[in-house]
Design a protein around this ligand. Structure first.
Ligand code: KIV
Length: 262
């Protein structure tokens, strides 16, 4: 059953929503095969796969390339493309054109944009033009130079502002919203106040769903991860062991053996 943004929205209150990032057809098919309903082609691509320090250098061409690959690997999950830094900030027209490219050229089902009330006009315009939108507030990595990688919404004034932002994103027509790095009480308050699902990442168990980065949850990278990451596996050790065994056998002349030779 192919997931749509409308189905995901209607899932609120039925069952918690799982979302995972993926960046290519292989990893997307692994996520899709276990029945995860939503895959985010996050601009975290920049750090996880492309070797950048932040998400800021990620380009439209890179996102289109990886989103197309994810779409090819998926049968059922909703594919959400993250709009990269400066692909929507300069103007509504640019945001609309670039969001449209994700659906037309990369076969995404929806796009994600960072920002609250300030993005309401853009979200409204995308939705009215047939492009489902996932919002994203709290810690928004494209604003790292301005806000750093810090928990957001710790003071009552900041919490009120995030609640207003969440309401504005919902009213503008987003089908769901990512809440990143906010105190769990605020995550729960926003989740109860909204009629669209909240997808938490470092926002506590009170959210309607959770998202994690593929390479983080599988422990593929050996770089430090934020506190909110739970590693469900430690694949880096397994990969290093296999690669070392292969290298040793090649160097020792024991691979290929008879079993692996025609
Ligand atoms: O880019 C990304 O992967 C994200 C999620 C972590 C929410 O924005």
């Amino acid at each position: 059953m192919k997931w749509t943004a409308a189905k995901l929205k209607a899932f609120k209150g039925e069952k918690k929503i799982t979302m995972v990032t993926a960046y290519d057809a292989l990893t997307a098919s692994l996520v899709d095969d276990v029945g995860v309903p939503a895959i985010l082609v996050g601009d975290s691509l920049g750090m996880t796969v492309l070797g950048y320090e932040t998400t800021l250098p990620v380009s439209m061409d890179e996102m289109l390339h990886h989103t197309s690959a994810v779409s090819r690997g998926v049968q059922n999950a909703l594919v959400i493309a993250d709009m990269p830094f400066m692909s929507y900030q300069p103007s509504l027209a640019m945001g609309l054109e670039n969001a449209g490219r994700f659906l037309k050229e990369a076969h995404a089902d929806a796009v994600k944009v960072e920002g609250g009330a300030m993005r309401a006009e853009l979200i409204d315009s995308l939705v009215k033009n047939g492009i489902p939108v996932l919002g994203h507030i709290g810690l928004t990595p494209q604003s790292v130079k301005e806000m750093g990688y810090k928990v957001q919404g710790k003071t009552s004034e900041q919490a009120r502002k995030l609640m207003d932002d969440a309401m504005a994103v919902e009213q503008a027509g987003a089908f769901a919203i990512v809440l990143e790095c906010v105190p769990p009480e605020l995550g729960e308050m926003i989740s109860s106040a909204l009629s669209i699902p909240t997808i938490g990442i470092g926002a506590g168990v009170g959210c309607d769903g959770q998202v994690l980065v593929f390479t983080d949850l599988l422990g593929i990278s050996n770089k430090p991860v934020p506190k909110f990451v739970k590693k469900y596996a430690h694949l880096n050790g397994i990969i290093a062991e296999a690669l070392t065994a292969y290298k040793n056998e090649v160097e020792g002349g024991t691979f290929p053996d008879d079993e692996h030779t025609y």
